[in-house]
Design a protein around this ligand. Structure first.
Ligand SMILES: [Zn+2]
Length: 154
């Protein structure tokens, strides 16, 4: 496991993964873990209060979508959700809130990448578990992004 500081963006009180004007770069923490059974998750961290852990091998496979799922994990922290031991334990409402948060404030190419991933991926083939109904998640994320003027796909 490798710990490393990342450079995040802070604007309008929203941390870590945004593209916005008047952005200030702030440090935040992400931890690579090739053994993580999920793409990314937020967890309590003894040094930093909270951190996002992600699987760099999954991320390499899914490209731009990885940024979305890392941002989703940051969103759980930002939205003051109680950080849980596994991504699949979050209530559906909090999952939807984190997805929509990134849809509204995330990077457009990562939002588009995640929607494409959710619509096209055969998680069973990959051996991954995708939480919730992927088509419904994709539609909800796209809607949030459109409402915020951040949708760049079809
Ligand atoms: Zn989540």
């Amino acid at each position: 496991m490798l710990s490393k500081p990342g450079n995040g963006i802070l604007c309008a009180g929203v941390v870590a993964f945004l593209s916005c004007s008047n952005a200030t770069v702030v440090p935040f923490w992400e931890i690579e873990d090739s053994n993580l059974p999920d793409i990314a998750m937020a967890r309590a961290d003894p040094n930093w209060g909270s951190a996002v852990v992600y699987n760099p091998e999954y991320c390499e496979q899914i490209g731009d979508a990885c940024g979305f799922f890392r941002a989703h994990a940051h969103a759980h922290i930002k939205l003051n959700h109680t950080l849980l031991a596994s991504p699949k334990l979050y209530p559906a409402l909090q999952e939807a809130q984190a997805d929509c948060f990134v849809g509204k404030y995330g990077k457009p190419h990562e939002i588009r990448g995640a929607v494409k991933f959710l619509l096209e991926v055969d998680a069973a083939v990959l051996g991954w578990e995708i939480y919730g109904d992927p088509v419904k998640r994709a539609e909800a994320i796209r809607k949030c992004a459109m409402e915020a003027g951040r949708w760049i796909g079809d």
